[in-house]
Design a protein around this ligand. Structure first.
Ligand code: PLP
Length: 362
């Protein structure tokens, strides 16, 4: 089979080792073998992303949005509000989840190619004591923009609010220190920078938050963080049928991550994006974002003049490379290249040769 290099921001290319883990065999999720697996996966998540204690985690069968939805609908008390900092499609998604659950919200919308206004956020939080949770997207996958988590964490700490972070495309790709950044609730997924398979996501929660969340009446049966957590922690089970085989792959992917180390994974991605960006500049491609906002894993580029996304995409697909379109208002304007996953430097060099041919062929 022809090799396909996925340059979309998840699901990403995975190693043979992760794919082979799917063949570990059949397993009943109510047997002690699954409890051991669940406990191992939970421990490895915490070891990778919250090594200094104080946090717990719950895994949900479902894509990243499942854990995002569980986090939002389980964390805002009746009559209180969530402040959504929205500078992209995923900030907008948090806002839409809050609306779907009829949770009171305040939304601050910003340009998709800019970081949010810290002063305005502090002002908003300080003046409204009903704001209980402040939600931010760590890495806006829409554009590849990194948001200033430390500064938001400082505000939530100062005013005693909960800092809710969507780090679905950040964990494993960007530096983050949950304690130092004052993150209370952090959402992640298996199939981006952790290099597992799609179908599992997770929530990392500060222990103090668990006690606060316990007092909030459930708004959902499946997406209730406390019931998910209690079953996993106390019974070693998932309340509903988990994607057992995806757990095998996640377990293996976490082993790979811990063997490589989170620090070295981030370094590898940074090296890849630095190489790509140098080459994109040589090809005269124009960047959507200024350098200082760029993440380690996504580059959003304007489409070359007179070239449609479909043409660029189809030419590269023929050579085995899957690039990614812009979303919504950026759809006709940009394309995205992600360098998450099991991709070698020689794969990236081959991408550049193919990209050059398409761009120069016009
Ligand atoms: C920052 C962010 N949040 C949420 C999501 C949604 O995740 P999923 O598509 O796995 O539901 C994504 C997916 O790309 C994302 O990048």
């Amino acid at each position: 089979m022809k090799k396909t290099i996925l340059l979309n921001p998840g699901p990403v290319c995975t190693s043979e080792r992760v794919k082979n883990a799917l063949l570990r065999g059949d397993m009943c999720h109510r047997e002690k073998e699954f409890s051991v697996l669940l406990s191992n996966v939970r421990k490895k998540i915490l070891h990778a992303f919250a090594p200094n204690g104080n946090y717990t985690t719950t895994i949900i069968t479902g894509s990243g949005t499942a854990s995002l939805e569980a986090g939002v609908c389980s964390s805002v008390s009746e009559g209180k509000k969530i402040l959504v900092i929205n500078n992209g499609v995923y900030g907008d998604r948090i806002s839409r989840i809050a609306s779907a659950y009829k949770i009171n919200k305040v939304e601050l919308q910003y340009d998709w190619s800019k970081q949010p206004d810290i002063e305005q956020i502090e002002n908003t939080v300080s003046k409204d004591s009903d704001i209980e949770v402040v939600a931010l997207v760590h890495h806006e996958t829409t554009t590849g923009l990194l948001n200033p988590i430390y500064k938001i964490g400082e505000i939530t700490k100062k005013y005693g609010r909960t800092f809710f972070l969507d780090s679905i495309s950040g964990l494993g790709g960007e530096e983050i220190d949950l304690i130092n950044d004052n993150v209370d609730i952090c959402i992640g997924t298996a199939n981006k920078c952790i290099q597992g398979l799609p179908g599992l996501s997770f929530v990392i929660l500060k222990q103090d938050e668990v006690n606060r969340l316990r007092k909030i009446p459930p708004r959902s049966i499946y997406f209730n963080l406390i019931s998910q957590l209690d079953e996993q922690e106390k019974k070693g089970e998932c309340p509903f049928t988990p994607s057992v085989h995806t757990f095998f792959a996640f377990d293996e992917a976490l082993d790979e991550l811990l063997e490589e180390s989170v620090h070295n994974r981030i370094k590898r991605y940074k090296k890849a994006s630095t190489f790509l960006r140098k080459e994109f500049k040589i090809l005269n491609l124009k960047f959507l974002l200024p350098d200082e906002f760029l993440s380690n894993t996504i580059t959003a580029l304007y489409l070359p003049k007179n070239m449609t996304y479909a043409h660029l995409h189809d030419c590269l697909k023929e050579s085995g490379f899957i690039i990614y379109a812009g979303q919504e208002r950026l759809n006709e304007k940009i394309f995205r290249i992600a360098n998450m996953g099991e991709i070698s430097m020689s794969d990236l060099e081959a991408l550049i040769r193919n990209l050059e041919e398409v761009v120069d062929g016009e």
